[in-house]
Design a protein around this ligand. Structure first.
Ligand code: PMP
Length: 364
């Protein structure tokens, strides 16, 4: 067989949602609002400044950026102030998590999560030769803590991946679940709470960042791709005990985060107020979307994110296609019978609702 690829990778299609050029894109949980003129100008000037020294390698340790991210986290979770040495960044939280598995997973080690969950997790496991074990969620996508603990006892994982809010369900985990798993895993592993959508959490849903002081094996990952409206930047980060950051620094490639990325991220952080200004509007739009779908008779998972999972359809592909035929792209993902739609602008939501109503009428 040629090329002589690792046998477990042979014939596998690279991961990714369909990238189709349609008017209403609600398929990859992006923020629908772009940066302002002011922010664009600051980014352009910062990148120009970085370009002056483009013959040199960038700061390998991301000192200024890690300090900026630590400041931002304090703003999002005012009760916590982390040291920049507890923060680490990479090209998207995808890369952060792959680095975590490179450092804490590997041959002879196991990573667990609870399905349905983010479809990249098994791929990080495969890429790092870490055994992948998926426990199950309950019918409402919550975790049964006794079963979760039993799975930890049985497989003794080196890494537990807990997205909260979860993708594709949108459901967040209660603090008790995170605590229970941190305790069950103990010093044998790390518990990664993936808060890619953390800023969209509903009032009363705490961030796991508040628990960092209580559990040294807890890692919280975040991204600038979602609430921060900077998916094109590719900037994800983690916050954890300093020793965990130092372990990840062992496996990172030198200069993995370009000078251009660091300059752009720092400029975006200076405009955090503006970039995050639409989060409340998106949360309100999300709540309206959930109510509308329920009123239309759909089953909808509770959502703390900027998307929701709804169903159930005997033929979800036909519904997905019917929406696409009307210029609305959503995501065919998650358990059979369900579809996921991202929260967009009011106009995009109106287009989605109109298209779904038509598709429903056609199929009735
Ligand atoms: N975690 C979850 C749960 C996600 O849904 C995503 C993106 N869809 C990511 C991590 C990765 O995001 P990024 O690499 O853009 O930070």
């Amino acid at each position: 067989m040629w090329p002589p690829i690792r046998p477990e990778l042979a014939g596998i299609e690279p991961y990714g949602a369909p990238q189709l050029d349609v008017p209403v894109q609600l398929n990859v949980n992006e923020n629908p609002y772009g940066p302002s003129e002011d922010c664009l100008c600051d980014i352009a000037a910062s990148v120009a400044q970085a370009a002056v020294d483009l013959n040199r390698y960038p700061d390998r340790e991301l000192v200024e950026l890690r300090a900026g991210l630590a400041d931002y986290l304090h703003r999002d979770v005012p009760s916590v102030r982390v040291d920049p040495a507890q923060v680490w960044a990479a090209n998207g939280s995808n890369e952060v998590m792959q680095q975590l598995l490179q450092a804490f997973g590997g041959p002879g080690r196991t990573v667990i999560s609870f399905a349905p969950t983010y479809s990249m997790y098994p791929e990080y496991a495969r890429n790092t030769h870490t055994e992948w074990v998926a426990g199950a969620r309950e019918a409402d996508f919550s975790l049964d803590l006794d079963k979760a603990r039993a799975l930890v006892e049985e497989v003794r994982p080196s890494v537990v991946l807990l997205p909260s809010p979860n993708n594709p369900t949108g459901t967040a985990l209660p603090p008790a679940a995170i605590r229970a798993l941190c305790e069950a895993v103990g010093d044998e592993g790390i518990v990664v709470v993936d808060e890619a959508y953390g800023e969209f959490r509903r009032t009363g849903t705490p961030s796991a960042i508040e628990m960092l002081g209580d559990h040294r094996n807890l890692v919280v990952t975040r991204t600038m791709s979602k609430a921060f409206a900077a998916a094109g930047l590719r900037l994800g980060y983690l916050v954890a005990d300093r020793a965990i950051c130092d372990a990840v620094r062992v496996v990172r490639l030198p200069y993995h985060l370009s000078a251009v990325s660091q300059a752009t991220a720092l400029a975006a952080l200076r405009h955090a107020d503006e970039l995050l200004a639409n989060v409340d509007a998106l949360r309100a739009e999300r709540d309206r979307l959930v109510s509308w779908l329920r009123a239309e008779g759909y089953e909808v998972a509770d959502s703390d994110a900027n998307y929701c999972l709804f169903g159930r359809f005997a033929d979800r592909h036909a519904v997905w296609q019917g929406l696409l035929d009307r210029g609305v792209l959503i995501r065919e993902t998650g358990p059979e019978g369900w579809l996921r739609v991202s929260v967009g602008t009011p106009d995009e939501m109106a287009a989605f609702k109109a298209a779904l109503t038509e598709v429903k009428g056609e199929r009735a």
